[in-house]
Design a protein around this ligand. Structure first.
Ligand SMILES: [Fe+2]
Length: 165
């Protein structure tokens, strides 16, 4: 197998994996949203992130289709590692919001890196045309990760205010 062909195989696999990651994110956020209503800023951001994840998954679908990979083959299992990072398991805990925002930040870091890998693979497999779409998704992940990171203190204060109310 030529290097370019091998890179393309790896790239297509990466697109499928990231599609599974976005799908996982959509489900996780959907479960989380109702319990974030007491935190309006966080709730609004997570809602926007949910919509973006739907768009990001569709972008990955479009890229796969462009390279001749059928959408019907996309039902990949999410890897255990990702499921753990994304698996906001603190439902019902008193400090649930604090416990869930940390994996959310970790999940964004994972996604930024995943898009970085896809960008390098797109280059190596002669699919440089795909990069602007992948860069757009990576930028969105970065924005959300930055927002969560810089708003951590606000979220802590909102949590404490609610607790003492
Ligand atoms: Fe995403």
């Amino acid at each position: 197998m030529s290097n370019v062909k091998q890179a393309m195989d790896t790239y297509l696999n990466g697109l499928r994996n990231q599609h599974a990651v976005e799908t996982q994110a959509i489900g996780t956020i959907q479960n989380e949203l109702p319990r974030m209503e007491a935190y309006p800023d966080l709730h609004a951001k997570m809602k926007a992130d949910h919509e973006r994840s739907v768009t990001q998954a569709a972008r990955l679908d479009d890229l796969l289709e462009k390279h001749g990979s059928k959408k019907s083959l996309l039902k990949e299992a999410v890897t255990g590692a990702v499921a753990t990072v994304a698996g906001f398991t603190h439902a019902g805990a008193d400090d649930e919001v604090l416990k869930n925002v940390l994996p959310a930040i970790g999940f964004k870091a994972y996604e930024i890196s995943a898009y970085k890998v896809l960008l390098a693979l797109a280059d190596a497999s002669g699919a440089g045309d795909d990069k602007s779409v992948l860069e757009q998704s990576m930028k969105e992940e970065q924005e959300m990760g930055d927002w969560l990171g810089s708003n951590l203190p606000n979220i802590v204060h909102a949590y404490l205010d609610r607790k003492s109310a």
